[in-house]
Design a protein around this ligand. Sequence first.
Ligand code: PDD
Length: 297
Amino acid sequence: MEQVYLNGAFLPKGEARIPVDDRGFLFGDGVYEVTPFYGGVPFRLPRHLARMRRGLAALQIPIEAQGLEALEALHEEILVRNGLEGAEMAIVYLQVTRGAAPRTHHFPDPAPAPTVYAYARAFQRPSGEEWEKGFGAITVPDLRWARADLKTVQLLPNVMAQQAARAAGVADALLVRDGLALEGAHSNLCVVFGDRVVTHPLSNQVLPGITREAVLEAARARGIPVEERPIPMTELPDATEVFFTGTTTEVRPTVQVDGKPVGDGKVGPVTREIQEGFLELVARECWVEHPVGAGAR
Ligand code: PDD
């Protein structure tokens, strides 16, 4: 039976309960992380935890230093308790909310104990054929708040955008604000112009993706020029390739946007090279075998 973690204890998921006063439930007052595991080894867990720490500090959710340390150990433990230590790919979801207290907009005083919840599940990437075919995206207005750099559980605009993509029969929603192509509903965006990879710079408008960071590192290591600058939608028709990056997305080639082909409408060479480089990083850091050759997974 699936075991989850809630406030210091592991228990069957069906027995986990949170109070109706939990501020995560009432206000979306909390942050979360999704960390990938390859062959039971986390990929860049310290980076994920650092992002969570930054989010907790920004929301002024008090959590003790020991509490944060415990969160690291909890990742391995929840994986093992669910028999996923040998899984080719798995994710651990971790959420921390401000805790439960009678509803007031301002922070409760005294501060309640934060609610800490985690679960693990196996994760599968698309088949090699699906990846080779590439994926579609639609553009959607970005309706999120002005702190998209914080990984808060207030995800309704992301949910609505992803549902619009699903209804349109495509994999991703590309969020557009002020005429700029920012990121996906749950992934970062890279646009390729010839041999250059371009992505929106880190700012309050995009999530500082851990996969984005790894992908840019892989690109630079392979001598692929990288530019971090805003991408006006007016430049999109000149894009030769587009791909999204994320923990559950890895490197996902986008071959059409709003029904129009990107470049020649096929998965391009830069995306393949980046994919290869990213999988190499995963292989090196998680001691797993390189899954398959570029673009052929
Ligand atoms: N989403 N941008 C947004 C809006 C995201 O929600 C995510 C991740 C990313 C990529 O971040 P990373 O590479 O660190 O996963 C970018 C997670 C996976 C989710 O909501 O399930």
